[in-house]
Design a protein around this ligand. Structure first.
Ligand code: SF4
Ligand code: SF4
Length: 443
């Protein structure tokens, strides 16, 4: 089957087990629990983790963040970006081999299904090269049906981080949500059936820019030519040299030969290590392939702290410190004030000047209602007529707010006014203006 530039050879992957594959399977299990379990978890009646785009809310483990917390969201994104830089500079593409959704789903779902329905590597090659038969077509149809089902379930679970899970799975979510599930599922189906390793090689942005974050000290997977070469020959088994069995190649999901040296296509899945451990172990030798780095291979000492890791660590520390400070002073409600559209001021019978505003309030305190009281400062004897406002959890409301001030306080046509919105969870201070008749003929 052809890929980009007509150069693709279909990878018929050989199954392999071993110590690193067992670690990967445990990682996959944890990630599956997050993908399929977390959307069903609720804290105080709210999703444990969900980004509600229409209402611009992020539910995150008991906290509710809204548009006014955008700075925190920016900090979280910056933290994730620098954490990725830091991690990549140390451990290279470990993410790709152990935690990338593409890798996890291919190894946990697609390849086991393929093996179960179409047989082991040699059987699949033989059957595919034999041309059309109804039995082969039936096996392909069964495999693709299961891939479609897997793509649908994965897409629904992914969408559950953006739409209430029970609504989505009971068919009561919006049409947009199901349209997005359809688009995601189609993408995954294409990936499962055909695209596979080409995504890593041609499309993945992380794979493209990670070379800028790595250096000679970054963890890679490497063949040891000092022990393995010269390859083959009748004494190779006895000497512990490479016996040219090619098992490290046939078990590689990227279809590369790691013995040719470090290659950008390598996702550090360690399948070749387990393959060579299995082969060389039969002759009493250690694997010729293992985790290493270019510095070690060149006989130099590995350095953990180097300019780039120091810079990334400093950036992470700064982001965490700023984020912690912001979270400490954060109050769990939104408040904004604006003048009532089309109104300037009125003069009451008692001569006091009256201004009307729109006060917008939103309670973001998880699992609790809040009551809000408003006061003003900046104008002598000014009073607020707005009563105390009570909002249920996650409720937002717009209320009219009236401020009155004695005429004697009207020293200018526009006076600065500071509004204090207080609740049991904190206070927000808002600035606006108060219009008066001073020096003018009326509103
Ligand atoms: S070379 Fe080894 S670690 Fe790299 S992708 Fe292939 S099997 Fe995985
Ligand atoms: S699995 Fe080991 S022995 Fe076999 S070809 Fe690869 S490096 Fe050589």
């Amino acid at each position: 089957m052809l890929g980009f530039a007509g150069t693709r050879n279909w990878v018929y992957l050989q199954h392999i087990d071993g110590a690193f594959q067992r670690i990967r399977r445990r990682t996959f299990l944890g990630l599956h629990l997050i993908l399929f379990g977390l959307p069903w978890l609720q804290i105080d009646g709210n999703p444990a983790l969900m980004l509600d785009l229409p209402d611009r809310r992020l539910y995150s483990f008991g906290a509710i963040f809204t548009a006014t917390d955008t700075i925190l969201l920016v900090l979280v994104l910056l933290f994730l970006a620098f954490a990725l830089f830091f991690f990549t500079s140390l451990f290279g593409r470990l993410w790709c081999g152990y935690a990338c959704p593409q890798t996890v789903l291919l190894d946990a779902w697609v390849r086991p299904i393929e093996r179960w329905i179409e047989g082991e590597r040699t059987t699949r090659i033989r059957r595919d090269s034999a041309g059309f038969s109804w039995a082969r077509a039936g096996r392909k149809a069964a495999k693709w049906t299961l891939f479609a089902l897997a793509a649908f379930v994965v897409s629904m679970s992914f969408m559950s981080f953006f739409t209430p899970t029970r609504e989505l799975w009971s068919g009561n979510a919006s049409g947009v949500s199901y349209a997005l599930v359809g688009i995601f599922a189609a993408g995954w189906f294409l990936d499962f059936t055909w695209f596979r390793e080409q995504f890593c090689n041609y499309l993945c942005p992380y794979a493209r820019f990670q070379s800028a974050m790595t250096d000679d000290n970054t963890l890679i997977i490497a063949y040891d030519p000092a022990r393995g070469d010269p390859r083959g020959g009748k004494d190779a088994k006895k000497d512990g040299r490479c016996i040219e069995c090619s098992k490290c190649v046939t078990t590689c999901p990227q279809g590369i030969d790691i013995r040719d040296g470090f290659q950008l296509e390598c996702i550090t899945c360690a399948r070749c290590i387990d393959a060579c451990t299995d082969v060389m172990g039969r002759f009493g030798h250690d694997s010729l392939i293992g985790y290493s780095n270019l510095a070690t291979l060149a006989g130099r000492r590995t350095r953990f702290w180097r300019p780039r890791t120091v810079a990334y660590a400093a950036a992470l520390t700064t982001i965490v410190a700023v984020g912690a400070a912001l979270v400490t002073v954060r109050v769990p409600f939104e408040a904004s004030v604006s003048r009532m559209p089309g109104s300037l001021y009125t003069v009451d019978d008692d001569g006091w000047v009256r201004n009307t505003y729109l006060l917008r309030l939103a309670n973001n305190r998880p699992g609790a209602s809040q009551s809000f009281t408003v006061s003003v400062e900046g104008i002598t004897d000014a009073e607020v007529l707005t009563p105390t406002v009570e909002l249920k959890e996650a409720e937002g409301r717009m209320v009219a707010m009236v401020v009155r001030a004695p005429a004697i306080a009207a020293t200018a046509r526009t006076l600065p006014l500071r509004v204090h919105v207080m609740s049991e969870s904190g206070e927000r201070v808002l600035d606006t203006t108060f219009k008066t008749a001073a020096g003018g003929s009326g509103p």
